[in-house]
Design a protein around this ligand. Structure first.
Ligand SMILES: [Zn+2]
Length: 271
């Protein structure tokens, strides 16, 4: 599944589309997670792409008026390809541009992705408005996490994976951040000290920041928008390492299921 760093890599790969005018949107299959609204085609026709931003895992195409929102879901992929490129299975949508030999193609075997149009404020869109902070923005800090974790009885791993608190901290990043911060994933959120929140916030920023620099670290192979493989798997310290010795202390890494997700940690190093 594309995680926030892969979506950011995709976003950077979409730069060649800036200032291009959308000539046509071809929908071969509208049955995504939400069926694609048939009106979008007409609305975005002849609109110029001024910018491509990202909010959580949504790519936000800034048009003359309004925004096009694309989510890659579980298996979605955007690629910039030649108009002559053959249509493959699961190539559900194409965006064709004026005076261009290139088109933007959306492929999604599992069809959990989505394409929406928002006319007014992107932050008011129903998919965006309940989202928490971006991990790399300065508002995501120890004061914020400390406040958000008070009175919470759920474990800290589930709190940092809650997109209403902070977006983009997927299972791998949560496990790795907690190891870096030396905090057990099973810790009750409300028991976190201010200093621990500080360490954890710094760890999340470091792990996600590094993953963005490396182009993401999904377990599945993954291609960025220009078709180049963006599959630079980060060196995981704990994730997927159950039964292997901890890189810090040598004790074996353990695995525990929390909130239906596998969590990996070192009982010795993480408190
Ligand atoms: Zn250890």
């Amino acid at each position: 599944m594309p995680e926030l760093p892969e979506v950011e890599t995709t976003r950077l790969g979409l730069k060649p589309l800036l200032k291009k005018t959308i000539q046509e949107m071809v929908v071969r299959d509208h049955r995504l997670r939400w069926p694609i609204d048939v009106n979008i085609k007409n609305i975005i026709k002849n609109k110029v792409i001024h910018d491509v931003k990202r909010r959580a895992k949504y790519l936000v195409f800034v048009l003359d008026e309004g925004f096009l929102l694309i989510h890659l879901g579980m298996s979605g992929r955007l690629s910039i390809v030649s108009k002559k490129e053959n249509i493959k299975k699961h190539d559900h949508v194409d965006f064709i541009f004026q005076d261009s030999e290139l088109l933007l193609r959306f492929n999604d075997p599992r069809r959990f992705g989505s394409i929406h149009y928002e006319e007014k404020e992107i932050e008011q869109h129903f998919l965006i408005k309940h989202l928490g902070l971006e991990p790399l923005e300065k508002e995501f800090n120890s004061d914020y996490l400390f406040k958000k974790s008070r009175k919470k009885t759920q474990c800290i791993k589930n709190t940092i994976m809650d997109s209403r608190v902070v977006v983009g901290v997927g299972n791998i990043y949560a496990s790795e951040s907690l190891f870096l911060a030396a905090i057990k994933p099973t810790r009750r959120s409300g028991s976190m000290t201010k200093y621990e929140c500080e360490r954890l916030v710094a760890a999340i920023k470091k792990i996600i920041g590094d993953a963005i620099k490396m182009g993401g670290s999904s377990i599945n192979d993954y291609a960025s928008a220009d078709g180049s493989l963006g599959y630079f798997q980060q060196e995981h310290k704990v994730y997927g390492k159950a039964g292997f010795p901890c890189s810090q202390c040598g004790q074996l890494i353990v695995k525990k299921v929390l909130g239906q997700r596998s969590s990996f940690f070192c009982k010795q190093c993480q408190k």
